[in-house]
Design a protein around this ligand. Structure first.
Ligand SMILES: Cc1cc2nc3c(=O)[nH]c(=O)nc-3n(C[C@H](O)[C@H](O)[C@H](O)COP(=O)(O)O)c2cc1C
Length: 222
């Protein structure tokens, strides 16, 4: 740390699952928001688990799959690397998509080592209908984050646009209908604001740790 403050750029990982592209569009906006605050960002989809044959039989799922096929997927190391974590999932029967859940379940070792303590973490979602389970999905996702000892960061009504872009203070939420074209501009704006807030708060926590104000996370496991 220098007199001017922490030397290191805050690190944000935006980790998501998206079958047809809506959550991917939101994830990009969250990443843009974090980058706008000077964060180093890793934008990563989790690995696909469904059979390729099943995916390609679905026009929109297959198209999206071929678009993201080449890039890097999220790794558990990304959780350790990041100061701030944003998780995105489509609403699946009011819950987290299995692909993202499997990724989260692989974090047991990091959890055991106390390495997820004080990560600042936030969640976002897309669902077909406005009452189709956006809140329940985000709350279900956040349950994992509480177990990690993460600092769960809600969106709140921190920017006025939340009132227009879904109105959900739990986290940016897109009501997609049958669209697979990604979120509208209002939702993108809210997602960007969520990413920016994540980067700012993660930076503050990082600075507190570097200055000794906040001790390094330690597990209390027996
Ligand atoms: C198996 C399955 C379950 C779903 N469950 C819900 C649901 O409970 N509520 C809802 O509103 N939409 C539900 N949807 C719709 C998706 O959440 C919605 O299309 C979302 O925008 C897809 O995001 P993506 O394009 O990133 O995959 C479901 C879709 C699938 C395939």
């Amino acid at each position: 740390m220098s007199e001017a403050g922490p030397d290191l750029q805050v690190r944000v990982a935006v980790i998501y699952y998206s079958a047809t592209g809506n959550v991917r569009g939101m994830a990009r906006a969250v990443a843009e928001g974090a980058e706008g605050e000077g964060a180093e960002v890793r934008l990563r989809p989790v690995a696909e688990l469904s059979e390729e044959l099943r995916i390609s039989a679905d026009q929109y799922w297959g198209r999206h799959r071929s678009e993201v096929d080449e890039g890097p997927v999220a790794r558990i190391e990304d959780l350790e690397w990041a100061d701030g974590l944003a998780f995105g999932t489509p609403t699946r029967f009011g819950n987290v998509a299995a692909q993202l859940k499997v990724f989260l379940d692989l974090a047991g070792e990091l959890w055991q080592q106390g390495k997820l303590i004080d990560k600042v973490a936030t969640s976002f979602t897309s669902s077909q209908t406005s009452h189709g389970g956006q809140e329940s999905t985000i709350l279900a996702l956040n349950n994992t984050l509480y177990h990690w000892g993460a600092i769960v960061l809600p969106l709140g009504y921190t920017v006025h646009e939340v009132f227009n872009g879904g109105g959900n203070p739990y986290g940016a939420s897109f009501t997609s209908g049958h669209s697979v074209d990604g979120p509208d501009e209002e939702t993108r704006l809210v997602a960007r604001a969520q990413g920016a807030r994540l980067a700012r708060v993660a930076q503050a926590i990082r600075a507190a740790r570097e200055s000794g104000l906040l001790p390094a996370g330690k597990t209390a496991l027996p």
